[in-house]
Design a protein around this ligand. Structure first.
Ligand code: S3P
Length: 168
């Protein structure tokens, strides 16, 4: 089975994904890392050089053409489900899981990681919360199309795994 973890930046997709993959003895594919491997640069510098539109196309191509192992956990980027037909594609090709987290909690978690995230660069604390609230309002309609929705607050890999297995 392919498990696509989706949700806003900072909700825990990569960290939970890594632990979930270990628990299930699945491979972990981190989409941001695959994009970085393709470009040979970081997402932040690729964004700065080529702009968001080019990045989104590359992200879609990577998502939709990667040779995923049969059993894999895929940690997607926060914007992946919100562009092109990516959400429909993920729903057609695997199990989508939305890790839901309120804006305030995301802001707290993102304060430190903002530098490597091009969309958050240059935002002070207040601007960060405002940005997250607005973006989340925009993106929620895509995230809500996930087959499974689970709160990311205190979410453990065991709870996540049980919720996924309960669907089968
Ligand atoms: C983005 C999220 C990032 C990365 C890029 C754009 C977004 O991934 O793909 O910076 O649009 O929300 P993470 O969610 O892993 O930070």
């Amino acid at each position: 089975m392919k498990i696509f973890l989706i949700g806003f930046m900072g909700c825990g997709k990569s960290t939970l994904g890594r632990k979930l993959a270990v628990k299930m003895a699945y491979d972990l594919i981190d989409l941001d890392h695959k994009v970085e491997e393709k470009t040979g640069s970081t997402i932040a510098s690729y964004f700065a050089e080529h702009g968001e539109e080019t990045f989104r196309k590359l992200e879609r191509d990577t998502l939709q053409s990667f040779p995923y192992p049969k059993n894999s956990v895929i940690a997607t980027g926060g914007g992946t489900p919100c562009f092109f037909d990516n959400m429909d594609w993920m729903n057609a090709n695997g199990l989508t899981v939305y890790i839901d987290m309120p804006a305030q909690a995301l802001a707290k978690r993102l304060e430190k990681g903002a530098a490597k995230r091009p969309l958050l660069q240059g935002l002070n604390e207040e601007a960060l919360v405002n940005f997250i609230e607005e973006k989340l309002a925009e993106r929620r309609k895509y995230y809500e199309n996930a087959r499974l929705k689970i709160s990311g607050i205190n979410l453990t890999p065991d709870v996540l795994r049980a919720a996924i297995l309960a669907l089968h």
